[in-house]
Design a protein around this ligand. Structure first.
Ligand code: NI
Length: 174
């Protein structure tokens, strides 16, 4: 297992639509393990494969206490509802936080690393983490979900000041 380097805003890997994993090879299992190590190292609650330069539909998420982590392969949101707005950040955009409106709850179907079926119903922070990470699989970043005025202000700030050179080390950085 190894800690991988997290791609930063501006890296084209973050903007690609990731491909389905399909067959779960030893290499896929190894990437999932490395992503969990990387997520813990960065003190995040979730990480998506494109953030480590791997264009596959694979995410890892931790529980709220960051005690347990699991990998979701080819995850799909099959049901969602409600609406919630809360502050969010991204390990790929360190130092930037903003309020994002998302579904309040989601039901996600995926496979685990042993190719078993996973069905997860999540709400609150866990639902937010899942939606944020699954956006990464489509090349979507949380700043894309802000109103245009806020988004432009953030883009100007990044252009002028650059990104924080330090990892976010913040519970809401996903
Ligand atoms: Ni993120």
């Amino acid at each position: 297992m190894a800690v991988l380097s997290v791609r930063r805003y501006g890296d084209p890997a973050l903007r690609r639509r990731a491909a389905p994993v399909g067959e779960i090879t030893p290499e896929v299992r190894s990437i999932a393990g490395d992503m969990i190590d990387t997520m813990y190292d960065e003190v995040g609650l979730g990480l998506a494969a494109p953030q480590v330069g791997v264009s596959l539909r694979l995410i890892v998420v931790a529980d709220d206490e960051r005690r347990e982590a699991r990998a979701l392969i080819d995850p799909v949101i099959v049901e969602q509802g409600g609406q919630a707005t809360a502050e969010e950040g991204c390990l790929s955009i360190p130092g930037i936080f903003a309020s994002v409106t998302r579904a309040e709850w989601v039901r996600v179907e995926a496979r685990d690393v042993d190719d078993g079926p996973l069905s997860i119903r999540a709400q609150g922070l866990q639902a937010r983490v899942l939606q944020h990470e699954m956006d990464h699989l489509d090349g979507v970043l949380f700043i894309d979900r802000l109103d245009p005025v806020t988004r432009d202000r953030i883009k100007r700030k990044i252009k002028k000041e650059g990104l924080s050179p330090e990892p976010s080390h913040h519970a809401f950085a996903l």
